[in-house]
Design a protein. Structure first.
Length: 196
């Protein structure tokens, strides 16, 4: 994270079992003097970190759930869409590419996993679908917690409650025909971008 007029470039790096409470250089903030325009805050040691980039109106939550990292970002839409060809990384803001989606032809298995996810996620939205997808592809029950924490992150990051639950196109909490919960989200690591 960097901005020419506000802070020097800072790099935050996290991997499984190493969720640091500081940037790579050991600092926890950036900016001139008392104005800390960039800040890392550890909320739960080794499990939950927040980064606040005030100068660009962005908040990032990083969590470790089991062996996986989840990421939730709140940022202005124009910033999220400002991708240039020269950049080597970008956010996936329009869903997963078709080549990375998995067709759910295993209805009975999905029903069992759906019941497991439904215990913590009563609304059948994309968070519920992410839970089912991740359980289906990994078999790791930690993903029920990952999907639940992703929804909690949206509740913390997004000011408009009516936008907390996101439903697939053509659906309002009900499944599409032929697929118990339209599991086609391909989210090996949950990443949600909340636009202001």
């Amino acid at each position: 994270m960097a901005h020419r007029e506000c802070t020097d470039q800072k790099v935050y790096q996290a991997v499984t079992d190493d969720l640091p409470a500081a940037f790579v250089d050991g600092s926890t903030s950036g900016g001139d003097g008392d104005t800390k325009s960039l800040l890392v805050v550890e909320r739960e040691s080794g499990r939950y970190v927040e980064m606040h980039a005030r100068y660009i109106g962005t908040t990032v939550f990083v969590r470790q759930l089991g062996r996986y990292l989840t990421l939730a970002i709140r940022m202005p839409e124009d910033l999220a869409m400002s991708y240039e060809e020269s950049q080597d990384l970008q956010l996936c803001v329009n869903g997963c590419p078709l080549s990375e989606r998995i067709d759910d032809g295993q209805g009975q298995v999905s029903a069992i996993l759906g019941a497991q996810c439904h215990e913590k996620m009563p609304v059948k939205d994309i968070y519920f679908q992410s839970c089912v997808f991740d359980l289906l592809t990994t078999g790791d029950a930690n993903f029920t917690a990952a999907a639940h924490s992703a929804l909690a992150d949206v509740e913390a990051l997004h000011p408009r409650k009516e936008r907390w639950h996101i439903f697939p196109s053509g659906s309002r909490g009900s499944a599409r025909a032929g697929s118990p919960w339209a599991v086609s989200l391909g989210l090996p690591c949950l990443i949600f971008v909340v636009f202001l």
